[in-house]
Design a protein around this ligand. Structure first.
Ligand code: FAD
Length: 470
């Protein structure tokens, strides 16, 4: 068996793994990174953040051309959808960005292995590389590494009773590749993935029905903002059935049939099951070396990302916390910086979460629900985009900004935005929280005119009841 040696071997080349590998190499370590996929970049680049955003942008442009440009005095008479070209554009973006990760590996001298990794001992990993063409036996490589970082991400969760066929009843990965626009797409789960992809296909012409077990959408996000989002999505034509328990789903002839407790079965031609994701630990050999899992089957780590086995670390979707690409990257950097320089830290209070629908929904810090539950006294300032000049010029006036500040210290505790480019606007709020800014700091900072960012400043002014434009 071929043998290799590194200071650090990273398992998984998603945003947690590849970023950690590059940072460790920048700091002088000899680093290897293994991924079972030939293409680097993990879920995020291959079948997650990037392809979904490519489809969001394309479907949004199509929808604007169909329904929004008339108001601007732009009339298109022979509008057509070329879905194949749209899918190709998405795939091209994925190809360029995943090759970019390989380029970064080469630049930073990170050795890339392709194959499935299994941890055999605290400092030894066996990589089952591509099968030998003649014998069919796997080409195994034994990699010795003083430190191992597990960044194997997550896989879509399944729903008991729903028979996934990997196509018509499938996951987000399938919904990024539908070869034609479904007539009726049933989305099970009103989390961010279901809403983003559901809204893509609605804009492209599908009837979309979202079934959600809870009585609200976007569990975990600020409930007032989630209610506002629900009203906007309903106005856009998305159908929602909340408080709905799906008991089974299967293909019957040409239809997908979804059975719902206490209701008539629903028929559609495609079903997207988006009921969350589970940590991806299968085949890693964790039991053999005594790595502990938590109650949700994720790898348990301490605040330095070390598992129950010395020298083995884990970051990203495979451990606790929000399943977000930037959270995985922050953890990857903090983990290796701490190992190599002695200092590394993630401020979990300042990790933004974004739902890339139209309008976007973005949030950082505490929700109002969190603050009420914790009994923390707060002041709240809100400002609607309808009163923002730039939003009017863009033709996207829906939504609002909400700033929550500590009632005694005025420190910003949470910011929640629903509206145009909310995902970009939230960056200012994340920096404010990271630097322990007050709402007064935000309100006293000059914001350029006319910009959407003025809405955030006005919401900060509204904390002290002195918004100018509302
Ligand atoms: P991953 O990106 O999942 O990478 C793990 C890698 O490990 C994979 O490449 C896998 O092949 C490899 N691997 C697993 N097991 C082994 C093994 N035994 N041996 C070798 N390799 C192995 N997050 C955002 O922040 N913003 C978004 O807009 C966003 N949109 C999303 C849209 C969709 C449709 C989906 C599905 C997810 C989205 N996410 C988004 C979530 C984001 O993709 C994940 O949070 C992120 O990819 C997690 O990074 P990671 O490095 O932990 O793992």
């Amino acid at each position: 068996m071929e043998k290799k040696r590194h200071d650090l071997l990273v398992i998984g080349s998603g945003p947690g793994g590849y970023v950690a590998a590059i940072r460790a190499a920048q700091l002088g370590w000899n680093v290897g990174c293994v991924d079972s996929e030939k293409v680097s970049g993990g879920t995020c680049l291959r079948v997650g953040c990037i392809p979904s955003k490519a489809m969001l942008e394309s479907s949004d442009i199509y929808w604007e051309a169909k329904a929004g440009l008339k108001d601007h005095g732009v009339v298109i008479s022979d509008l057509k959808l070329d879905l194949a070209a749209m899918l190709k554009r998405k795939n091209d973006i994925v190809n360029i960005l995943t090759k970019g990760v390989d380029g970064l590996f080469a630049k930073n001298k990170v050795k890339r292995y392709v194959g499935r990794a299994r941890i055999e001992a605290p400092s030894r990993v066996v990589v089952a590389a591509t099968a030998n063409a003649k014998s069919g036996a796997a080409n195994e490589i034994s990699v010795e590494a003083e430190h191992i970082l597990i960044a194997t991400g997550s896989v879509p969760a399944t729903l008991p009773g729903v028979e996934m066929d990997g196509g018509r009843i499938g996951t987000s990965t399938d919904a990024l590749e539908f070869p034609e626009v479904p007539k009726h797409l049933i989305v099970i789960g009103a989390g961010f993935i279901g809403l983003e992809l559901g809204s893509v296909w609605r804009r492209l012409g599908s009837k979309v029905t979202v079934l959600e077990y809870f009585k609200r959408i976007l569990p975990g996000m600020d409930s007032e903002m989630a209610d506002e989002a629900l009203r906007i999505f309903r106005r856009q034509g998305l159908e929602f059935r909340l408080g709905t328990k799906v008991t089974s789903g299967r293909i019957v002839g040409k239809d997908c049939v979804v059975e719902i407790e206490g209701e008539e079965p629903m028929r559609g031609d495609r079903v997207l099951v988006s009921v969350g994701r589970s940590s991806n630990i299968e085949g890693l050999g964790l039991e053999g070396i005594g790595i502990n899992l938590d109650e949700k089957g994720r790898i348990s780590v301490n605040d330095q990302f070390e598992t129950s086995v010395k020298g083995i670390f884990a970051v990203g979707d495979v451990i606790r916390g929000p399943m977000l690409a930037h959270k995985a990257s922050e953890e990857g950097i903090a983990c290796v910086e701490r190992l190599i320089t002695g200092y590394g830290h993630v401020n979990y209070e300042a990790i933004p979460g974004i739902v890339y629908t139209q309008p976007e929904i973005a949030s950082v810090g505490k929700t109002e629900d969190d603050l009420k539950e914790a009994g923390i006294k707060y002041r709240k300032g809100t400002f609607p985009f309808v009163a923002n000049g730039r939003a009017r010029c863009l033709g996207h006036r829906e939504g609002s900004v909400k700033v929550l500040a500590n009632a005694e210290t005025d420190r910003v505790l949470g910011v929640h935005i629903i509206g145009p480019r909310a995902g970009d606007l939230i960056a200012e709020a994340a920096v404010a929280i990271d630097y322990a800014a007050t709402s007064e700091d935000l309100a006293r900072s000059c914001h350029a005119h006319p910009t959407l960012s003025e809405a955030l400043r006005e919401a900060a002014l509204a904390v002290d009841k002195r918004a100018i434009h509302a």
